[in-house]
Design a binder for this molecule. Structure first.
Ligand code: 48N
Length: 313
C-alpha cells in the first residue's frame, strides 16, 4: 500500500521498504495484512457478492442472537462506563452466563467519550487504576489519581474486550422502555426482564401509530442508565412511577462524597434489579462527581460482585 502511495507521490522522500508481495485475493496461503499487501489498483476488484447475501449474513445472525438471548441470565441496561465494566467482570468470571446488554444509542459509551465538557483526557481516582491495568491501557500516574489520554480510548478498549467474549450480546440502538415484573410468593413484586424497542420508536410513541415492543426474560437486571440523556435513570424512574420505590434526585457536585457513596451504595435496590453508576444517584440522592470516572468503573465491578453473591445464577 505504501509502495503505491510512494510510486504516485514525488514529494515524499523514498523510504527503503521491504514489502512481501502477496496476491491478497487469490493466494490463500499468503493472505497478507493491509500493511504488507501490494494492491494492483489498476486491476483492483473485490470478490463478487449479491446484496441479498449481505442481508442474509446480517439478519440470520441477528435473529439467532434474538432467539438465544430471549432468555438471558442477566440483562445490563446501558453501555456506559459502569454498564460495560459490569458486563466485562461478569462475562469474564462466568462464561456459562448469557449476558445481554441493551443500549439505547447506536454508539456505546454514554458520558464516557469525553473526560468532561469537551476535554478528552479522562481522570480516574485510585484505586480505579486497578481496572485500567486489567484492560492494559496506558495512563499517567498523578499520585492520587491517573489520567488516560482520551476517554474514548478507555471505553472503546473496554467495549472491544466485552464484545470479544462469547457469552455477551450487545443490542444497541435498542431501548428498554419498560420492565417485566412478576408477583412473588410473598405477595410482593420482582423484576423479571425488560421490554425493548428500537430507540427511535420508543422516542416517538406519541407521534406514530403504536409499534409494540419485544421482550427479554432474565433472572436479574443491572441498570446503569446514568442520570443524563433522554432516558437517564430509566429503571429507577419506572419503579418510582409505579410507587415501588421513592425518588430522591441527584445531589449537587461533591467529588469526594459522590464517588465514595456511589460505589458503597451499588446494590439491589428492588428484587431483581441492581442499580449501578450514576443512575443510583437518582434513587439515593447521592451527589454528582463531575468529570471523574473511578466510581463508574468500581460501581460496575461491585454490581457484578453483588450479582454473583446475591443471585443463584
Ligand atoms: O455514561 P452513562 O450516562 O452512565 P454511567 O452511570 O455508566 O456513567 C455516568 C458518567 O458518565 C457520568 O455521568 C459522569 C461521571 N458524570 C457525573 C456528573 O456529575 O455529571 O451511560 C448510560 C447509558 C447511555 O449510553 C444511555 O444511552 C443508556 O445508558 N441508556 C439506555 N439504554 C437502554 N435503555 C434505556 N432506557 C436507557 N437509558 C439510558
Amino acid at each position: 500500500m505504501l509502495n503505491h502511495f510512494l510510486s504516485t507521490t514525488t514529494t515524499i522522500k523514498q523510504i527503503p521498504i521491504t514489502m512481501k508481495t502477496a496476491n491478497v485475493f487469490n493466494d490463500e496461503s499468503k493472505v497478507a495484512t493491509a500493511t504488507d499487501a501490494v494492491y494492483d489498483w489498476d486491476s483492483f476488484k473485490f470478490a463478487p457478492i449479491r446484496e441479498s447475501q449481505v442481508s442474509r449474513a446480517m439478519t440470520k445472525r441477528y435473529f439467532a442472537d434474538l432467539d438465544k438471548y430471549a432468555e438471558s441470565d442477566i440483562v445490563i441496561v446501558g453501555a456506559g462506563s459502569s454498564g460495560l465494566t459490569a458486563a466485562y467482570i461478569l462475562a469474564k468470571s462466568r462464561p456459562d452466563l448469557k449476558i445481554a446488554i441493551v443500549e439505547a444509542n447506536v454508539a456505546v459509551g454514554g458520558g464516557c467519550f469525553l473526560g468532561g465538557q469537551l476535554f478528552s483526557s479522562m481522570v480516574l481516582r485510585k484505586p480505579a487504576d486497578t481496572f485500567i491495568k486489567e484492560l492494559g491501557i496506558d495512563y499517567e500516574d498523578e499520585g492520587n489519581f491517573i489520567v488516560v489520554k482520551h476517554a474514548a480510548l478507555f471505553i472503546t478498549k473496554l467495549c472491544s474486550k466485552v464484545l470479544e467474549l462469547p457469552n455477551v450480546k450487545l443490542f444497541n440502538a435498542t431501548c428498554v422502555e419498560d420492565l417485566i415484573t412478576r408477583k412473588t410468593s410473598e405477595g410482593g413484586i420482582r423484576v423479571a426482564g425488560v421490554v425493548t424497542n428500537w430507540t427511535l420508536v420508543s422516542m416517538h410513541h406519541d407521534d406514530q401509530s403504536c409499534m409494540d415492543p419485544n421482550t427479554i426474560n432474565s433472572k436479574l437486571i443491572i441498570s446503569c442508565t446514568g442520570h443524563d440523556g433522554p432516558m437517564g435513570a430509566f429503571c429507577v424512574k419506572r419503579l418510582v412511577s409505579q410507587g415501588y420505590i421513592k425518588r430522591n434526585q441527584m445531589g449537587c457536585l461533591d467529588m469526594n462524597l459522590a464517588e465514595d457513596s456511589i460505589v458503597k451504595n451499588t446494590r439491589e435496590v428492588f428484587p431483581g434489579l441492581i442499580v449501578a453508576g450514576m443512575e443510583l444517584s437518582e434513587c439515593d440522592s447521592s451527589n454528582r462527581m463531575g468529570p471523574t470516572f473511578g466510581a463508574m468503573v468500581l460501581s460496575g465491578v461491585k454490581a457484578a460482585e453483588e450479582a454473583l453473591n446475591v443471585y443463584d445464577l
